[in-house]
Design a protein. Structure first.
Length: 285
């Protein structure tokens, strides 16, 4: 069962709604579809946390990175989908399209809202609820950008409580100096935390360094064409030096452990003085 039938989450959403209205409250239905707000009944939820409506439309919830099977939990993805289905299957949801057309797999990216309880008149954001329950990690991107702070807070709460996927040691945040964990998780989506010790530039890329040994210590690569995205967002890459940051993305081990990022959404600035000390295991629940 999802945490307290989402009753606690509903209260939290009401408490923060004034600061995050667009993220916390469902959009008004627009029969003409001008604002992309619509309604539908959920028929099924799969292991990718994608929704299939009774009319056949497939929805991908913006901001959700669904779990994959792990050595200790080979059916983690299936169980997460089943938990979300236990809440949503047969329910009417309201959703707002975050793009004008479906992706190459026929999925519409959406912000979705559903009743927290069967008799509840108000609806809560599905992405926040799923993250709050540990059913997924936050997935950065343009579709989730307006609610990024809101969704990261929900993920942080689940991680602190070792809920859902966060109870699996495989999903622990990797400290930048934990070379053993890098070797085990090559070519998978990871979250890495550490202090930036240097910023290197050449004609093709900017690299955030997390140690003195290039090709051995962890690094973050920003290609030159993507540096412009950081600049347009008002982010000075040079100012990452000396800061503790959290980075999420695909771990590439071909030239030492590194993640290539394309925009600032994939990097979180952590409080000054906080050092990376990610545990190798998380408490089981």
């Amino acid at each position: 069962m999802l945490r307290a039938g989402f009753a606690g989450l509903a209260l939290a959403v009401v408490a923060t709604a004034r600061a995050e209205d667009a993220c916390a409250r469902p959009p008004a239905l627009d029969p003409a579809g001008r604002e992309g707000a619509a309604q539908g009944r959920v028929q099924a939820v799969n292991e990718r946390l994608e929704l299939t409506l009774e009319d056949g439309r497939r929805l991908k919830i913006a901001g959700l990175d669904p779990p994959r099977p792990t050595p200790d939990n080979p059916d983690l993805d299936v169980r997460s989908g089943e938990r979300l289905a236990a809440w949503l299957a047969g329910k009417d949801i309201v959703f707002r399209l975050t793009g004008p057309r479906p992706d190459r797999w026929g999925r519409y990216s959406v912000e979705a809202f559903a009743p927290a309880q069967a008799a509840a008149p108000s609806a809560v954001p599905v992405a926040q609820a799923a993250l709050d329950a540990g059913l997924a990690r936050f997935e950065p991107g343009a579709a989730a950008r307006p609610c990024r702070t809101f969704l990261l807070a929900a993920e942080t709460t689940a991680r602190a409580g070792a809920l859902g996927l966060w109870a699996d040691p495989y999903y622990a945040i990797i400290a930048a100096g934990d070379h053993e964990s890098f070797a085990e998780k090559a070519a998978t989506s990871v979250i890495v935390e550490g202090r930036v010790t240097g910023v290197a530039k050449d004609g093709f890329r900017t690299t955030l360094l997390f140690g003195d040994r290039r090709g051995f210590d962890f690094s973050v690569t920003i290609l030159q064409r993507n540096v412009k995205i950081f600049t347009a967002a008002g982010v000075d890459i040079e100012k990452f030096q000396g800061q503790t940051i959290r980075v999420r993305g695909l771990l590439d081990m071909r030239f030492g452990p590194q993640i290539e990022v394309s925009n600032p959404d994939e990097i979180e600035m952590l409080p000054q003085g906080q050092d990376a000390a990610a545990p190798k295991t998380a408490p089981q629940r």
